[in-house]
Write a protein that binds this ligand. Structure first.
Ligand SMILES: Nc1ncnc2c1ncn2[C@@H]1O[C@H](COP(=O)(O)OP(=O)(O)OP(=O)(O)O)[C@@H](O)[C@H]1O
Ligand SMILES: C[C@H](N)[C@H](N)CCCCCC(=O)O
Ligand SMILES: [Mg+2]
Length: 225
């Protein structure tokens, strides 16, 4: 029975969460599985009319779902958007806004309840990056009580970052479906070698995704079975 929802957490920021989430979305859709994908809270997102919007997480995730870019689609995918490419709590301050974890959790719960298949939720930054003035991504994930998919890079240092995140998830009894190692540009070791190192300690299946690669079927299996 596929899970109602999966939270895509990061061992860090800008390491491949959106790439992996989009690739997984495409693979599940190819299989005819009902999947919806959201990035409820996003920083570094220019306004829709800005040419840079096409590079945003929101635009990439909508594209993976073959949803045309318009204001309603953007709001439905990412209701909390901030322009500054900073931690969301800091980006919110710059816009004179604030965000409450309870609202974020309530929105996600409603989306999970209203999604006929599986809802993929991309988090923000790393697992413990702040999402509000008082809460981290881990608080958000724990409140949702759904399994995680952890995305890691393969840069030097990624092994420790990934294992620290795995350990943190274990400490709080968050089920970890899989770790995905998304190959980092210019990494000194092959991504497969990094993935094998992580696999020796992670206590969860580890899948490697090389640059430009599509989502392997094995990852889709780990998520929906
Ligand atoms: N396996 C990969 N193959 C090709 N490009 C990749 C891969 N993984 C990541 N990238 C690219 O690296 C950049 C950063 O990745 P991505 O945007 O997915 O990171 P992120 O973890 O979602 O960042 P954020 O914390 O901002 O949400 C993007 O340009 C993305 O397309
Ligand atoms: C702008 C960036 N790409 C992300 N959207 C936000 C990353 C926040 C990281 C905060 C931190 O953990 O230090
Ligand atoms: Mg992203």
């Amino acid at each position: 029975m596929p899970p109602r929802a999966v939270f895509v957490a990061g061992a860090g920021t800008e390491i491949g969460k959106t790439y992996v989430t989009a690739a997984l979305t495409r693979r599940l859709r190819e299989r005819g599985l009902p999947v919806e994908t959201v990035k409820p809270l996003a920083s570094g997102v220019p306004p829709l009319h800005d040419p840079g919007f096409a590079e945003s997480d929101t635009a990439r995730l909508l594209d993976a779902q073959d949803i045309a870019l318009d204001a309603e689609a953007v709001e439905t995918c990412s209701p909390w958007r901030f322009s500054a490419p900073l931690s969301p709590d800091q980006a919110a301050i710059l816009e004179g806004r604030s965000l409450d974890l309870a609202d974020l959790v309530e929105w996600c719960r409603a989306r999970i309840a209203g999604t006929p298949g599986t809802l993929l939720i991309e988090g923000v930054g790393g697992l413990m990056s702040p999402v509000t003035a008082t809460a981290t991504g881990l608080d958000w994930l724990r409140a949702l009580d759904i399994p995680a998919l952890l995305v890691s890079g393969s840069y030097l240092g990624a092994i420790s970052h990934a294992l620290t995140a795995c350990e943190t998830l274990r400490r709080y009894s968050v089920p970890l479906r899989a770790v995905v190692v998304s190959e980092s540009p210019g990494a000194p070791a092959p991504a497969g070698t990094v993935a094998a190192s992580i696999a020796r300690h992670a206590g969860a299946p580890v899948v490697c995704l090389r640059r430009g690669e599509a989502c392997p079927g094995s990852l889709a299996d780990l998520i929906v079975t």
